[in-house]
Design a protein around this ligand. Structure first.
Ligand code: V07
Length: 259
């Protein structure tokens, strides 16, 4: 099939991915924690002569679909890089729009997340967000905090070096207050001060849009993860692409199994 039709078909047939191939994939062992850098939204819009925010809106719809997919295949944690601390440097109108997206997303999607037993978690500095944004994400976290299904972990106003420095600061404070035992600091003690303290490390990192770098994303947590890159722009990312990434992950972990 021609690539362009394949894309169109995959996107529109997404709900009909046959359950047999899903079951097969589940049996081979899906990654517990998948982290995604959702890149290429602006470029997707540019290619269509649309404003960049149109790409962000389309990207938000893909967040919904991939959350459904992660839930369906039994992934435990889906971490998505929604907004980096660097993103404040973008034009004000674009930043304003991005700050409205969580509100829009949750207005539409929170009831379904609750129904699916999904727990929403935000990883990042919420203090600097506009009030309406902060209220929306905090109430989503609150309303889902008892849920025991998929964890939808959104990296929002997140930067990994700042997270690591913050962990060091917490450790210093704890030490001064006598809350830390004497003796050497361990990796476990350190990682328990990170924003991912109760999570396993990502098994698989996906980055869309052809960029092959980490851009200050989960530097500590990705130490042993498999990396999978694709040229597909985030608004075009489909269930078929997600399956391809998981299958490649399964091939690699079979090959290096036990190591
Ligand atoms: C954002 C859509 C995805 C592509 C990347 C940039 C634009 C979902 C959220 C979100 C955030 C918090 C929350 C629920 C949903 C989001 C921003 C941007 C800033 F509790 N998508 N999305 N937040 N984009």
């Amino acid at each position: 099939m021609k690539a362009i039709w394949k894309r169109w078909f995959n996107k529109n047939a997404s709900a009909y991915i046959d359950s047999e191939s899903i079951e097969e994939m589940k049996d081979a062992g899906v990654p517990r924690h998948v982290a995604i850098i959702m890149d290429g939204n602006g470029r997707w819009a540019n290619k269509r002569s649309l404003p960049r925010v149109a790409g962000h809106y389309e990207g938000m719809k893909v967040v919904q679909r991939m959350t459904r997919f992660a839930d369906r295949v039994g992934i435990d944690i889906l971490t998505l890089y929604a907004f980096s601390t660097e993103n404040w440097k973008r034009p004000e109108t674009e930043v304003d729009y991005l700050m409205k997206l969580p509100v829009e997303f949750l207005d539409k999607f929170l009831p379904e997340l609750i129904e699916k037993n999904v727990r929403v978690n935000i990883m990042g500095e919420l203090e600097k967000l506009p009030k309406h944004t902060r209220n929306a994400v905090e109430s989503a976290m609150n309303e889902t905090k008892e849920n025991t299904g998929l964890v939808l972990n959104l990296a929002f106003n997140y930067g990994s070096r700042a997270e690591i420095v913050q962990a060091a600061q917490y450790i210093l404070d704890d030490y001064k207050q006598g809350r830390l035992p004497e003796g050497p600091l361990t990796e476990e003690m350190f990682s328990s001060h990170l924003m991912t303290k109760d999570m396993v490390d990502p098994d698989l990192l996906i980055r869309t849009s052809g960029e092959i770098r980490l851009s200050n994303f989960m530097l500590w947590q990705l130490a042993y993860s498999e990396f999978w890159f694709t040229d597909v722009l985030w608004p075009d990312f489909s269930e078929a692409d997600f399956i391809e990434a998981i299958k490649e992950y399964q091939r690699r972990s079979r090959r290096y199994g036990g190591l």
